[in-house]
Design a protein around this ligand. Structure first.
Ligand code: GCU
Length: 589
């Protein structure tokens, strides 16, 4: 399997203010290429003269069988499936081309940055391969300083969303495989030596010790750098070593970030050759026994799950407006927490959660049954985990990293996930690790959480569908929950389907009354679980799924939303809202 190949240095660029960026969003010329004839020759060998050459006939006798200029267009950012009926079910390759001019300032470097491309992207500039990326939900970038021209640049991306057994996710998902350049694309200009990345958060368990690091990239690696938090009167200087790194460590009296007071500070990182600014909140998140402590105080995660489905218009969500709509509905529900399922969502929703005071569970798409024994599959999952943490490590709102959803018990799976967890802890020791696990019956009325994975987690996540896939709603009344672990539980999924406006008696499937009834019984059961410290019903809004064809009801939508895809609130929404109203300002019941 092809991993990330960097023809030119691939640097994780933080995305703060203060950088000169140029958007490449808008219309891109595209060629739909189901047989990948723009990449392979008839012997299925990679061709040297593929579409990435963006060639034009030089004479009337020249044979060129493609022409971006006379081809269709697709909007970027955006999935291709909802931009054209012909592409609704399309899984395969589409070539994207953007022409641009760019006059680079002297002594600067230039990078092309992609917020995400689903699923596999091969990237070319002016006919040269500059890199490739696997994974549909995390950002990547390539340096193009040496290749960019003042005028007539041709940036070409081969995007392939074909599902593969060895991929992450693998062949089967309960969400739409939206393909394309699904998030923003931009050029980022930096000084020759620039602030490549930084991690500035409170140390684990501390409420006044700021620690982390700053990393420079470029020739002038050893420099004096200063971290400033003007509002808190903080100005601390450090010196980067020969590798460009400096550890950051100082005490500070800061207002702590919380849902009630989502305080963000303007933070500036100044080096001799560069400076960047960001808005960062400071909070501590930890567990103690079965409690989750935010800033040292017990908290209940009043949550809801969200898919990155665009509200009202459908398709892959990508904008700030999409984020504000979805988080606005979550707030209306009474949530102080969202589980972003089952893959890293766009940066807007995480940054708006930071501003709105909504805690975030962020997850990589290690979903159902991937190839646990395949080293390349592990490398891929690990890389997606790295990229997720790299992008959002300075976001106070993100409190939980999740490494998996509903994965089957087994030794290979356990060691796969254990290795991911220890990798995540090596990158970020400040947050909690979790995964959405499953439960089993030890007798007719006892639910047990004893997945061996629980040993390695800080927070136990569990998905259960009592009343939908497992019996009828009233079954929940008879169930008792037990756990092998003295750890907090977040019920990371529960719920059932209802078509908005479809009514009947409480035992008629697909009606709002059935869903309402199911939630009432669910909440009675959940309230009795002594170690429950969070709930995230499945799901805030109906979302598209290729696994849901039932005509007149699903029509390729998973209808478990508390809100329809047109923004209509179902009866169960109010049941959940009432439950969250029972919690006091401190977030406990
Ligand atoms: C699963 C899964 C979700 C899915 C949901 C459902 O538990 O984690 O991705 O959509 O159940 O069946 O609706």
């Amino acid at each position: 399997m092809r991993s990330i190949i960097l023809l030119l240095s691939l640097l994780a660029i933080a995305n703060p203010d203060g950088r000169k960026t140029t958007s490449l969003d808008g219309k891109w010329q595209v060629i739909v290429d189901p047989y990948e004839s723009g990449f392979y020759d008839y012997r299925y060998k990679p061709s040297a003269n593929g579409y990435f050459k963006d060639a034009k006939p030089k004479s009337k006798s020249d044979l060129i069988e493609y022409d971006f200029d006379r081809s269709g267009t697709l909007k970027v950012p955006g999935d291709w499936n909802t931009q054209s009926d012909q592409l609704f079910f399309y899984e395969g390759t589409i070539w994207y081309r953007k022409s641009f001019d760019y006059e680079r300032r002297p002594n600067t470097r230039l990078f092309v940055y992609f917020g995400a491309a689903n699923y596999f992207a091969d990237v070319y500039l002016n006919g040269e391969k500059i890199g490739q990326h696997e994974g549909g939900f995390t950002p990547f970038n390539f340096e193009i300083t040496k290749l960019v021209r003042d005028t007539g640049n041709s940036l070409i991306v081969k995007v392939d969303n074909k599902r593969r057994r060895d991929a992450v996710p693998t062949l089967m998902t309960d969400w739409w495989n939206y393909g394309g350049l699904t998030r923003h694309v931009k050029l980022v200009e930096t000084p020759a030596t620039f602030v490549h990345d930084y991690f500035i958060q409170l140390q684990k368990g501390s409420r006044n010790r700021v620690s982390g690091w700053v990393k420079l990239d470029g020739d002038k690696r050893s420099q004096k750098i200063t971290v400033r938090i003007p509002e808190a009167g903080i100005s601390k200087s450090f010196t980067t070593d020969d590798s460009g790194s400096a550890a950051i460590d100082f005490t500070a009296d800061l207002k702590l970030w919380s849902p009630e007071n989502p305080k963000l500070y303007d933070v500036a990182i100044e080096a001799e050759t560069d400076q960047v600014r960001d808005q960062i909140g400071f909070r501590s998140i930890e567990t103690k026994g079965t409690d989750i402590l935010l800033n040292g105080r017990p908290i209940f995660l009043r949550g809801v799950c969200i898919h990155e489905e665009a509200p009202l218009r459908g398709g892959r969500a990508y904008s700030r407006e999409d984020a504000l709509t979805l988080l606005g509905w979550a707030k209306e529900l009474g949530a102080n927490f969202v589980r972003l399922a089952h893959y890293p969502h766009n940066e807007f929703i995480v940054r708006e959660a930071d501003r709105m005071g909504i805690m975030v569970w962020s997850e990589i798409p290690v979903y159902w049954t991937i190839l646990w024994e395949n080293p390349a599959t592990f490398e891929n999952a690990r890389n997606q985990l790295t990229e997720m943490i790299e992008r959002d490590k300075n976001r106070a709102a993100v409190v939980i990293w999740s490494v998996a959803n509903e994965t089957p018990l087994g030794d290979a799976r356990l060691s796969f996930l254990k290795n991911l967890i220890s990798h995540a802890r090596s990158l970020d020791s400040t947050r909690l690790m979790s995964a959405a696990m499953e439960r089993h019956y030890t007798d007719a009325t006892t639910q047990m959480i004893d997945d061996p994975l629980g040993e390695y987690l800080d927070v136990l996540g569990c998905n259960e569908y009592v009343g939908w896939y497992d019996g009828l709603p009233e079954k929940a009344d008879r169930l008792e929950w037990k756990s092998k672990y003295e750890k907090p539980l977040v019920m990371s999924e529960f719920g059932g389907d209802a078509l908005y406006g479809h009514h009947g008696d409480p035992l008629t499937r697909w009606t709002e009354e059935y869903q309402e009834n199911l939630y009432q019984h669910q909440l009675n059961m959940l309230k009795k679980i002594p170690f429950l410290r969070g709930t995230a019903p499945w799901i805030l809004m109906d979302f598209r799924s290729p696994r849901r064809p039932l005509p007149g009801i699903q029509d390729y939508w998973n209808r478990k939303g508390l809100i329809s895809n047109r923004g209509e609130k179902k009866k169960a929404f109010y049941v959940m809202q009432q439950y969250y109203r029972e919690f006091n300002a401190e977030g406990v019941r």
